[in-house]
Design a protein around this ligand. Structure first.
Ligand code: ATP
Ligand code: MG
Length: 303
């Protein structure tokens, strides 16, 4: 991976309007119908962004997302996707083109459905917390006796609200999702999300990675009145990846990509603190895990 992490950006010389900053990505407007997503090398853990980044992470996640989009195009050809290309618009100066090569996506801009479409194949995280308290997940009664991290009989759709920046998303029932986006649209989102997850889960499992859960977002195409798959897909930032060879039911699982970082933050008393810098060995170890995930999932060498 390249040696310097890109954590901040100045694209003012490109003439593009800056639209928004996420924890990890910066969004620019290319023209009325096109957005540019730049995945930076920033990394967050326990909801806090670290001071320094992971060199190459933005490129890796962009290329991984692009790999999944290709796979989705071939395996679920009826589903429309927002990705136009992973190259930069011609108006961008060459120095920026070189600097940001591989970590940008131009996408078609759509109105976004105001829910997060989460699919879970294993019970963990907020679903496990709710189940322990009430035996339900997003209000749905689940079989009794499930253990932490257990694989569910069938994957379930557990939508959440899409909170404003800084706020937390809230899990909601399918009925509530239906009230927000319309019952017919909600049913379609559920069906497509489950189809996507099951395809990805099986593909990744054959390559040594368990996708415990994942989040999709959908746009709405006003012309066709159909759904469009948007945002990043099936990356470790939008999903929980677990190493298959370490999977053990009845306990929390280590994260494929962020475990070194989380363990280090916890053991040094830095968990949840702002302005923390990772030491070089944690950057290196984390970087290798990202590369490993990319290589397993794509079958290509990460350089
Ligand atoms: P976080 O960093 O926690 O994810 P965030 O969601 O605000 O916060 P980003 O994920 O970087 O930050 O923001 C991406 C935004 O772009 C999301 O609001 C997403 O819904 C939106 N988006 C994704 N694809 C498209 C698209 N094709 N057209 C319009 N908006 C899109
Ligand atoms: Mg987001």
């Amino acid at each position: 991976m390249s040696s310097e992490a890109i954590t901040t950006l100045d694209l003012s010389t490109s003439g593009m309007k800056h639209i928004a900053s996420g924890k990890v990505r910066e969004i620019y407007e290319v023209d009325q119908s096109t957005l540019l997503f730049v995945a930076t090398d920033r990394i967050s853990a326990y909801d806090v962004i670290l001071n320094n980044g992971i060199p190459g992470k933005g490129a890796l996640l962009t290329q991984l997302s692009a790999h999944w989009f290709d796979l989705i195009r071939s395996r679920i050809p009826n589903l429309k996707i927002h990705l136009i290309s992973t190259s930069l618009p011609s108006t961008v100066p060459d120095d920026l083109k070189d600097k940001l090569a591989d970590q940008t996506m131009q996408v078609r801009r759509y109105p976004i459905l105001p829910i997060e479409s989460i699919v879970r194949g294993y019970i963990t995280g907020s679903a496990w917390s709710e189940y322990k308290k009430s035996g339900t997940v997003n209000g749905m009664t689940m079989p009794s006796g499930l253990k932490e991290s257990q694989k569910l009989e069938t994957a379930i759709w557990t939508p959440s609200t899409k909170a404003e920046a800084g706020q937390h998303d809230e899990n909601i029932s399918k009925e509530r999702a239906g009230e927000i986006i319309g019952a017919d649209v909600a049913r379609k989102v559920e069906e497509v999300s489950l189809q996507l997850y099951e395809m990805a889960r099986d593909y990744a499992a054959e390559r040594g990675i368990l996708i415990a859960d994942t989040k999709f977002e959908f746009g709405f195409d006003p012309d066709t009145k159909g759904l469009v798959l948007v945002d990043e897909v099936l990356t470790p930032d939008s999903s929980r990846f677990w190493p298959a060879d370490q999977y053990q039911v009845g306990k929390s699982q280590s994260s494929y990509d962020k475990q070194f970082l989380r363990d280090w933050l916890t053991s040094t008393g830095n968990k949840g603190k702002e302005g923390v810098s990772m030491p070089e060995n944690i950057v290196q170890a984390t970087s290798s895990k990202y590369a490993e995930a990319y290589e397993k999932l794509t079958g290509k060498k990460w350089t």
